[in-house]
Design a protein. Structure first.
Length: 237
């Protein structure tokens, strides 16, 4: 059965200029770390802190302002921030983003160095089509690292499949059900850009993600760019 990633019109009414790099990878091995540079995240944390969030407070930096303004356009859980802001904040505070597993480390390094949110999901755990859409309210969600089930708010931007929410508050937190783990064999990636003036950066960041996955982990990816003019793509036949 064909599965597709579909961005609904309700989302485009809020964000008509957004572009999303959507990548797929199959038959991966998320155990091998030998080719991942030992200083990958150390370097990425430094770049993030010095290039993207040099100003205090963190809200005075353009890449953070872009996402905060976007989050003001829809209903969010109190305190929810775009995932990339959370990474940049850790880098700025000197805590740094640490290692999790090879795939996550690689995409976190790109997220830090280019200041775009990047998420990966276990393709085999996706039920039916994926929609980036606006919640009706009450859709179920269990975040990574939590036991309690939450529900989406009416008007909240979410990623969902046929079963439940797979990312809440757009690019804030992912579902534990689709988490990319060391056992994951097939992957989906998203990298969203909300600022049209950063198109060139987005293209470069996407290329960096594909190159690092290939060079460090031997993972080949297929890329589709989803926009208002191209709002859907099939990812599994």
């Amino acid at each position: 059965m064909t599965q597709s990633f579909i961005v609904d019109e309700a989302f485009w009414q809020l964000f008509p200029e957004v572009e999303i790099a959507f990548l797929t990878a199959q038959d991966i091995d998320n155990h091998a770390k030998e080719q991942v540079p030992t200083d990958l995240l150390t370097t990425a944390n430094h770049v993030a802190a010095t290039k993207w969030v040099p100003n205090d407070p963190i809200s005075q930096n353009t890449v953070v302002q872009d996402w905060r303004q976007a989050f003001q356009q829809f209903k969010t859980k109190k305190g929810a921030r775009c995932a990339v802001e959370n990474l940049l904040k850790r880098a700025k505070n000197g805590k740094g983003v640490g290692t999790i597993n090879p795939v996550v480390d690689v995409y976190n390094s790109v997220s830090l160095e280019w200041a775009f949110p990047v998420a990966a999901e276990d393709m085999d755990q996706i039920k039916g089509d994926i929609h980036l859409t606006v919640a009706q309210g009450g859709e179920r969600f269990r975040p990574i690292g939590e036991d309690d089930v939450e529900t989406a708010l009416p008007g909240e931007v979410i990623y969902r499949d046929a079963y439940d929410v797979i990312s809440r508050c757009w690019a804030w937190r992912d579902s534990a059900r689709v988490e990319a783990t060391e056992a994951t064999q097939n992957l989906l990636f998203y990298m969203e850009n909300v600022n049209p003036q950063r198109h060139t950066d987005h293209v470069a960041a996407t290329a960096a993600l594909r190159t690092r996955l290939h060079d460090y982990l031997g993972i080949s990816t297929t890329l589709h760019v989803v926009t208002h003019d191209q709002p859907s793509v099939a990812f599994k036949d």
